[in-house]
Design a protein around this ligand. Structure first.
Ligand SMILES: *Cc1c(COP(=O)(O)O)cnc(C)c1O
Length: 400
């Protein structure tokens, strides 16, 4: 099909919920992606922090092919080996002792909310409220949307679910004020991502852990975007020397295939009994095989340490860029290969200029340029990206 035809049919037949760039991506290899006109792009977006190993990572491709030949889908009324192996592997590389599998980040958050409520109800306690944070993002289904602290995602979709309260991020007193008899859990992103790349402060995280322990309520970390090595630790909570009761994962978890998971302690796991929660596709053997291959590659190639190192290099380069252009950029935030560059204007136009220079990059919260390159990114990739970004900035500065 001709490129213009694909784009026109896309606009004709797809619900218009995305502002798409007018390119059609056809194939990729590592951090290079090609469009239908054979233009090559350096990928610093990774499909919203999904492709941790880049495109078409051979071991992941192989795992998918081999498993597809053996077993396509089976229901959760039976065991399947890749899924059991994956659950064990995830517990090995995290605080968790039990895992529930689903297909997306929002579903993992839903599972966490349900489990928190169910745990208390099972003990005959009427605790159901969840405290989350202003400027947070937890997903688009009604539970996680109700937990999301940004009106722009909620407008026109009311009524939202009751039982959610919002504290101020990095402000422990605001959490203390909201905790009451009905509170079941505090739900927080370790780094607020869609909100503009704001890391939790170490003191806030330790105080939040102490507070939730003291009150006997759950600390749920939303690590949908921050997990799987992205921040220079396997999970971002490992920067803080704390462990949550529950943690959500998705995005990079399935090695590019759709997968979400809720990871919990044995204690939290008590809340669910057979029939309390389910997902038809959750933990499907093919996705599980892809996820195992992804985690094994991350471990074998030591990509977590690599992400920390390259992330530091990128961060310093972005700080230089900020100093060179103080009128355009105000701050660099983030950890590892999850970085935000705050702009004095909307970031969309600069993203377009980057695209024309052959660099795929994201935004967060309108005025923040978001860098989430694959974990395999090297210093020379970063140098190349910065060269493209500098050219894009020249273009950007021509417009007002
Ligand atoms: C992307 C994201 C979600 C939602 O994940 P989906 O797979 O799109 O449902 C939830 N929480 C955080 C922190 C995210 O970044």
């Amino acid at each position: 099909m001709e490129t213009y035809q694909i784009i026109q049919d896309g606009d004709d037949y797809l619900l218009p919920v995305y502002n798409r760039q007018k390119i059609v991506l056809m194939r990729g290899e590592g951090n290079q992606v090609y469009d239908s006109e054979r233009t090559v792009y350096l990928d610093f977006f990774s499909g919203i922090a999904v492709n941790g190993l880049g495109q078409a990572y051979p071991e992941v491709v192989n795992a998918i092919i081999e498993e597809t030949k053996k077993l396509g889908h089976v229901s959760n009324y039976y065991y399947n080996e890749p899924n059991v192996k994956l659950a064990k592997l995830l517990c090995d590389v995290s605080f968790a002792q039990k895992v529930f599998f689903c297909n997306s980040g929002t579903e993992a958050v839903e599972a966490a909310i349900k489990l928190a409520r169910k745990c208390f109800r099972r003990e005959g306690q009427d605790k159901f409220e969840v405290i989350s944070f202003h400027n947070s993002f937890h997903g688009r289904t009604y539970g996680s949307l109700s937990a999301t602290g940004q009106v722009k995602y909620q407008e026109g979709l009311e009524p939202l679910l009751p039982g959610f309260k919002f504290a101020n991020f990095n402000n422990i007193d605001s959490v203390k004020k909201l905790i009451g008899e009905k509170t079941a859990a505090v739900l927080v992103e370790t780094i607020q991502c869609e909100g503009g790349i704001y890391p939790a402060e170490p003191k806030f995280m330790t105080e939040l852990r102490e507070l939730t322990k003291e009150k006997g309520i759950f600390l749920i970390l939303d690590e949908v975007q921050t997990g799987m090595g992205r921040t220079g630790k396997m999970w971002a909570y490992q920067h803080y020397g704390i462990e949550p009761d529950m943690m959500t994962s998705a995005k990079a978890l399935g090695g590019g295939l759709p997968m979400g998971a809720l990871l919990v302690t044995n204690q939290a796991a008590q809340g669910f009994k057979p029939g309390d929660h389910a997902s038809t596709f959750g933990g499907n053997p093919i996705v599980s095989a892809a996820s195992i291959a992804t985690i094994e590659a991350i471990l074998m190639k030591d990509l977590v340490a690599h992400a920390a190192k390259e992330g530091e290099y990128l961060k310093l380069a972005l700080m230089d860029l900020q100093k060179e252009n103080p009128k355009l950029f105000t701050e660099v935030r983030g950890k590892g290969l999850l970085l935000g560059l705050e702009m004095t204007r909307k970031a969309g136009s600069l993203v377009n200029h980057c695209l024309h220079q052959g660099l795929l990059i994201g935004t967060a919260h309108e005025t923040v340029l978001r860098f989430t390159p694959p974990l395999i990114t090297t210093k020379s990739d970063i140098d190349l990206a910065l060269a493209k970004l500098r050219k894009a900035i020249v273009e950007e500065l021509k417009t007002a």
